[in-house]
Design a protein around this ligand. Structure first.
Ligand SMILES: [Zn+2]
Length: 428
């Protein structure tokens, strides 16, 4: 089955070259994209093939999220925490660690389905997720993987292991990770953060990641408290600690946030192949601070940290905050927005190739050129312009409607599971 897009205004996501062309989109996780001088005639099409006229539409590569927490999906509108958190550690204690402890298999499935639904409607076709459900660990990653695939989303998943819920949850987290990666799934060894991971767990996690040819996915210096804990407990800073355990050797490794690094830590980062993911809206929501990422390393990408599923919004927010922290340009922010594809490709992830596309109904009042596209990206383009989405060669959103699943049914399931979660929260 080939999907033909005729009369497309195609924007190459890397070179920003724009050309009017006809596209042949091949299906499958490794499917490609071919350019044609003419669109095929009706007699050339097989009964499985499909042709879509994209006249007046801008077609480009779809988007990907470098750091998400789909487990937070059902938190939207939940009852207020028992008290207003006064700092980041209390945000975790009174909000997120109360939510994740109450998740069960159905809630995880509903969270993954609803988050995937929102991602694809915003043009996001690949997600790097960091999952936590300390009392429903076993099978959680496969549940998420299958939910994502039901919608059509590519993924790299991990389970957030830590010492915070005792030895049982820690061992279950290691076993879940080992089992998932042993089954042939691609993903990471997930850790919460330095301040919830002791030396023994860190050592085991690095070894597990090595054995599976992957890296860690861990929060680093999201709040100053992470550094303070590390200095007090281990007599060193977080990046130094990770370095000494060999955690910075893999190009698969993702460090979330990295807000409070000193010069020595920045140097260690620059000399390593690891990736840093920026989540500026979450940082503002938690009032932990901001930092500039220019020059930190070439490997910086963008995430949502579970705040939402809209990567265009993440890029705009990072750009606006970046005016104050690093004087970032639209060109630089566009590159950072697209870096996630470089990460996925370099780490052998499948399902994020050239046959992942968005068809944009972008009604610009001004001309769009290769030279000025990043200005449109920051100041014009919104996810409301996402008309249709093609994931791995398959149309999964058409004219703003999901074609892969029944959207109303999924949202009804999510609302039902959300109420169950909120009832459990109210009982606590
Ligand atoms: Zn996070």
């Amino acid at each position: 089955m080939t999907l033909y897009l005729k009369n497309a205004n195609y924007l190459d996501a890397e070179t920003l070259d724009i050309r009017n062309t006809h596209l042949a989109v091949e299906p499958g996780p490794r499917g490609g994209l071919a350019f044609r001088d003419s669109s095929p005639s009706a007699s050339e099409l097989s009964s499985q093939d499909r042709m879509l006229d994209c006249r007046g539409r801008l077609v480009t590569r779809s988007f990907a999220c470098g750091h998400h927490h789909i487990y937070s999906t059902l938190a939207r509108g939940m009852p207020a925490p028992p008290r207003i958190p006064a700092n980041f550690l209390e945000v975790l204690e009174y909000i997120w660690w109360r939510v994740d402890k109450r998740l069960d298999r159905d809630m995880i499935e509903a969270s993954a389905l609803a988050a995937a639904l929102h991602m694809v409607k915003h043009g996001v076709t690949f997600c790097v997720d960091h999952h936590s459900s300390p009392y429903a660990i076993e099978g959680s990653l496969e549940t998420i993987a299958q939910a994502f695939e039901k919608i059509g989303l590519g993924h790299l998943l991990c389970y957030e292991i830590s010492c915070r819920d005792g030895q049982g949850a820690l061992e279950a987290g290691l076993a879940e990770t080992d089992g998932y990666l042993s089954s042939g799934r691609k993903g990471h060894v997930g850790l919460h953060a330095s301040f919830t991971v002791d030396d023994d767990l860190l050592e085991k996690s690095v070894e597990l990641a090595r054995r599976h040819g992957t890296g860690l996915h861990v929060h680093v210096a999201e709040d100053l408290a992470d550094q303070e804990h590390c200095l007090k407990t281990y007599g060193k800073r977080v990046i130094q600690r990770l370095h000494e355990f060999g955690a910075l050797e893999s190009p698969h490794t993702i460090l979330g946030h990295c807000l409070f690094l000193d010069e020595q830590e920045k140097k260690l980062l620059r000399e390593s192949p690891v990736w840093v993911v920026q989540n500026v809206e979450s940082n503002q929501n938690n009032n932990v601070g901001t930092t500039g990422y220019t020059g930190l390393t070439n490997n910086v990408m963008l995430g949502t940290d579970g705040m939402h599923s809209d990567m265009l919004r993440s890029a705009k927010s990072a750009y606006l905050v970046g005016q104050n922290t690093e004087g970032v340009s639209p060109d630089q922010m566009y590159a950072r927005f697209r870096n996630v594809h470089r990460f996925i490709k370099a780490t052998g992830g499948v399902g994020d190739g050239a046959n992942n596309l968005v068809i944009l109904d972008y009604d610009s009042p001004t001309e769009i050129t290769s030279e000025n596209f990043s200005g449109h990206f920051i100041y014009g383009l919104e996810s409301s312009h996402v008309l249709s989405v093609i994931a791995q060669g398959k149309m999964i959103v058409e004219e703003r409607r999901i074609t892969s699943v029944d959207e109303a049914e999924i949202l009804a399931f999510a609302r039902e599971q959300g109420l169950r979660l909120w009832q459990k929260l109210a009982q606590a």
